[in-house]
Design a protein around this ligand. Sequence first.
Ligand code: SF4
Length: 432
Amino acid sequence: MKTREKVSVITLGCAKNTVDSERLLRQLQLNNLDLRSNPTEADTVIINTCGFIEAAKEESINTIMNAVASKKSGITKRIIVAGCLSQRYKNDLQQEIPEVDVFFGTEDYERILKELGGELKKNLLGERAVSLPSQTAYLKISEGCDHPCSFCAIPIMRGLHKSKSIEELVAETEFLARNNTKELVLIAQDTTDYGKDLYNTRNIAELIARLSKIKGIEWIRLMYAYPSRFPEDLIDEIKNNDKVCKYIDIPLQHISDNILKSMRRGITSRQTKELLSQLRNEIPSLVLRTTFIVGYPGETEKEFQELCDFVEEFKFERMGTFTYSQEANTGSYELGDPVPEEVKKQRQNRLMEIQREISAEQNSQLIGSELKILVESIEGDFYVGRSYRDAPEVDGEVLIPSSDGKIIPGNFYTAEVYDSDEYDLFARLKKN
Ligand code: SF4
């Protein structure tokens, strides 16, 4: 009896890579391969890499080198590297790390399966082996990006914008809902550009309306919305559709006109502020998440201070920052990397310190309020969950004392907030 090959998939990088790995894992299952979550138990290790910025590339290389070491000690028999880093640097990697058996690009399922003696089940490509707790799943609605942001290498690795059809996404969501998904997190490089290639119009609002009708889906969350030309009908859909979380992730990257222009973001400081005020005015209890880049070439102390003042004034509910990473073949590469690393780090810490105080203040104002909580797990004396204010993996959590009563993770409960810290809330179960 031919023993089934043991395969392990290691996923690095963003939620889009997570979805790619989940698709691959499902295809491996359908090809009767023996999946192992622990790479040291596998004959073949597949590493789905990230090539976004320096830190991510380093993590990918380190992961590959760990697999090489495990191969040298006879534990791993074959190493397959795929994903963004491989898409971008295949030739260099082949020369520098000859111990890797084969390199593939992004979404290269068919060739990976062939390499493992299997075949792509095309008609089941919408199926996934979901890696998040089953009640939550990412839905990647498009791949690639048409925006010319000067600092970004993603279009080099993921190509131009390509939407998946509404039918495909409805089928995928129905599969997820049959497998207990209640929260759907919409992801792409730019979710607001959905449909422009397939339907000659940007119809993310129509897609959300269709997905919200699928039985079992209770929360739809919008991530990676691009700020310029924000669709008006999307604002209405978020406002009026009860299944859509009053939550928008909208990376802004900076607020100084000079920097926004050099970044080629296609929006000005005034337009940014007008959009954010419109969103806040039109959508009650809206939670806004954003990300900023500090240390972009030429960023002066004055421009950084302008960013600090903006964050202090506008008070985002959720915020992250990246330090600028000079990336080859990007529009800003020729500008060099003049801001010293320690200055970048200092600016990142200063901005996150401002945000920590804002978040602590906002959380304390929620004491006494009731929230619908999607409970995900139990850790020690607490059930751990999230409210509509918290996206998975990047935002805060809501902790409910386990002594409060029987809770089945994977379900929604109503709870009243009795305490808070800078990022998390503590809440008591509301008795029905
Ligand atoms: S929108 Fe800009 S930053 Fe985002 S993936 Fe596209 S090019 Fe990169």
